[in-house]
Design a protein around this ligand. Structure first.
Ligand code: ASP
Length: 179
């Protein structure tokens, strides 16, 4: 079982070292999770705040997901800043469509930076990998998903609604598709 992780920066990767902010790469974010029950293949395709991503870069990230699936990934996780995660996730949804055989594609990020004493990133990333690695029908054949704070949202409905909470997303007028 191999999950491809595509890292694109965001708050989840932002580390305040006392003098400057640095971007933690995807391999380091994964290494910090300790032992995982799946093999993880990591690629870094962007860094920094997601509000800096151009539409071309969002399309490139969506194509990276498509490539990972074509290479045989059992699931794909995209690590992304939350300011525009809904845009890139929806771009990936448009590119991939809904296919009942498709492996899970799960976007995640965090509201607290990597250097926060109680970061939400590791839990979100661990959850996203668990969903991406799930071979059950509950995870396969879904829309592209956004996994935050224990909930899974469809890329077609998700939006950021509260920048002051780790529970920052909803799917109004629908509920989350999973937890
Ligand atoms: N400014 C950040 C970004 O979108 C916010 C975040 O990741 O939560 O990259």
């Amino acid at each position: 079982m191999t999950v491809h992780v595509i890292a694109t920066g965001g708050t989840i990767a932002s580390h305040w070292g006392g003098a400057e902010w640095t971007n933690i790469d995807g391999a380091s974010l994964i290494a910090e999770l300790g032992e995982l029950p799946v093999d993880v293949h990591v690629t870094d395709v962007a860094a920094g705040p997601s509000s800096n991503l151009s539409v071309d870069q969002m399309v490139r990230i969506a194509h990276s997901v498509q490539t990972a699936l074509a290479e045989g990934a059992d699931g794909v996780v995209v690590v992304h800043g939350t300011d525009t995660i809904e845009l890139t996730a929806f771009t990936a949804q448009l590119l991939l469509g809904t296919d009942d055989r498709r492996a899970p594609v799960v976007f995640t990020g965090s509201m607290r930076p990597h250097s926060h004493p109680h970061p939400d990133g590791p839990g979100n990333l661990r959850d996203a990998i668990a969903v991406a690695a799930a071979s059950s029908e509950a995870a396969r054949g879904r829309d592209v998903l956004v996994c935050m704070d224990g909930r899974l949202h469809s890329a077609r409905f998700v939006r950021k609604v509260n920048a002051a909470s780790v529970d920052a997303f909803d799917s109004y007028p629908h509920g989350p598709v999973g937890s």
